[in-house]
Design a protein around this ligand. Structure first.
Ligand code: NAP
Length: 310
């Protein structure tokens, strides 16, 4: 008998963000129908200031996906030279509008506008990006709050790939407010041991080699290669970087995919990994926001009735 032994090392399997995000969108679509039976119609307001081409594409995709799942979307545009006062006024108007459940301000805003002031002007119960300090604090304390979309999407990819991640060691590379920090918090909540690596970390590759799960959110094309990974690690690449090489202009992640997949057991491709999950979780958050607002209204109504009786 001849025994055939392959000399090619097994390559990591792809974590299919397109397929998993389609499942999430199906769940959202079904829940939108359930809510419609109760005469609840979730609506998302998207505000774009200026005409940054990348932001235009992101906003268009968000609006299209919202329509796909039956969520009403409202697009608001302000000119590049709009004042901070105008932005805040519009947010106040949307906060007060009971038919609007989610408010998303497309970032980055033009440099003159104070991003933090705008984010914190959004009513936390409508903050579908989960960036308001009240939601950030609630997340850290393990409360049920609106949670940033990209880290939520990454957690779903991990659940679908690893099942229970309890007890695993996760290394998050990057500590931004929108990805790295909430990601580390969610992993901790899922009972991982978590390390956060950043630009000041001493020997980041050595720290990363200890990880069962690596989440890269750095913004440096191909920074993480096979030499950063423990054999069998699961790799989630959040990075979206546009590069131009001899084959033209294209998007790559923070992970050197070709190199990393020779060592990892599973990896998200870029594009087609984390990207589609972010929009899916934005729509899931819109749904959660409208349910939370409905419950708050019911509670208010019940409390008012009790007051009238007593
Ligand atoms: P960011 O705010 O620029 O943060 C980058 C982080 O990486 C910082 O914490 C920085 O450390 C750290 N860092 C930089 N160089 C490093 C190095 N050599 N070694 C270790 N850490 C290093 O970026 P972000 O907003 O989190 O975004 C990160 C990437 O994810 C970008 O490519 C972005 O486009 C992408 N992204 C994708 C999605 C999606 O939907 N897929 C969503 C959001 C962002 P310091 O804190 O020390 O400076």
């Amino acid at each position: 008998m001849t025994l055939l032994i392959s000399t090619t090392p097994a390559l990591a399997r792809d974590i299919d963000g397109k397929a998993i995000s389609a499942q999430v969108l199906d769940e959202v679509r079904e829940e939108v129908l359930n809510l419609a039976r109760q005469h609840i119609y979730p609506a998302l307001a998207v505000l774009l200031v200026g005409d940054d081409p990348a932001s235009e594409v992101y906003v268009r995709n968000k609006l299209l996906r919202a329509k796909d799942v039956g969520i009403r979307s409202l697009e608001y545009r302000l000119a590049e030279n709009a004042s901070q006062h105008q932005v805040l006024e519009l947010i106040a108007q949307l906060n007060a509008d009971v038919t609007v459940n989610g408010i998303l301000v497309q970032l980055p805003l033009p440099g003159r506008i104070d991003e933090a002031a705008v984010i914190h002007a959004i009513d936390p119960i409508k903050d579908v990006d989960g960036f308001h300090r009240e939601n950030v604090g609630g997340l850290v304390q393990g409360m049920e709050v609106l949670t940033p979309c990209t880290p939520s999407g990454c957690m779903r990819l991990l659940q679908e790939t690893c099942g229970d991640v309890s007890g695993l060691h996760a290394v998050v590379i990057g500590r931004s407010n929108i990805v790295g920090k909430p990601m580390a918090t969610l992993l901790l909540q899922a009972h991982c041991s978590v390390s956060v690596v950043h630009s000041r970390s001493v020997d980041a590759p050595a720290l990363c080699r200890l990880a069962d799960i690596v989440v890269a959110a750095v913004g440096r094309p191909g920074l993480i290669d096979a030499s950063w990974l423990k054999p069998g690690a699961v790799v989630i690449d959040v990075g979206i970087n546009r590069i131009t090489d001899e084959s033209g202009s294209h998007l790559v992640g923070d992970v050197d995919y070709a190199s990393a997949r020779t060592v990892a057991s599973a990896i998200t491709p870029v594009p087609g990994g984390v990207g589609p999950m972010t929009i899916a979780y934005l729509l899931k958050n819109t749904l959660i926001a409208s349910q939370m607002q409905h419950e708050a209204q019911v509670h208010e109504h019940t409390s008012a009735s009790h007051l009238m009786v007593s």
